[in-house]
Design a protein around this ligand. Sequence first.
Ligand code: HPA
Length: 274
Amino acid sequence: MTEMMMDLQKAYDSIKDKIPFTPDVALVLGSGLGGFAEHIEDKVYIPYNEIDGFPVSTVVGHAGTFVCGHIGDVKIVAMQGRVHYYEGYSMDKVVMPIRIMKLMGAKTLILTNAAGGMNFDFVPGDLMMITDHITSFVPSPLIGKNIEELGTRFPDMSHVYDADLQNIMKETASKLNIELKQGVYLQTTGPNYETPAEINMYRSLGADAVGMSTACEAMAAMHMGMRIAGVSCITNLAAGMNKTPLNHKEVGDTANMIADKFTALIKNFIINIK
Ligand code: HPA
């Protein structure tokens, strides 16, 4: 067994008695979106600091706990608060929670985040279904000795965001009368926001939204053969598209503003994918 797999196993073993069931779906709640966890029934909390060797989030607005419970009759494990590369963790630590949720038994992963919109058709408050991503500006979480127990050395990334899940998400949004934009998410390291020149470059590369998470998690999940869906909450227009400077408060405020729409979409999506 590789050293990394032993660390994962140790982390998993330290909480396995607290996990109430084998989850169907794993859900990562992005910045300002952690409130969704209130809608989970029969909640069992497993704080990250109780997990052996687990990275603990240091960002305001990221609570740092697994929440296990039900949405309808779907068993889910949600991450209320994620860890980011910019906090100083190595990429393999950043994706450790995703790997633990796979060890719990989750086969489907829903990733959510707050993101800056750079597509000229987007406005703050939009929800964007992620159709693909660009990770070329951050290190791969798969660098290092391959964890054979999890997946292959050279995983294919042609279809990271599952086509069936995308169809279900579009149908769910349409039934709820929620406008759902679609696009490519680009991950940066952060923690600084981008310059206008960078945004122009990212847009010309085909990206629609930019953020500091998600794509590395999708990559690790893809490596393990999970079914992946992603949603970005467009909390602001990206740098240079607005006269006002960007700030973390605006991100949180917009995420709160669209909490109801986000909750309705994710809740019904989870019920529909079962
Ligand atoms: N850039 C990067 N990350 C973000 C942004 C942004 O404009 N908004 C929310 N997360």
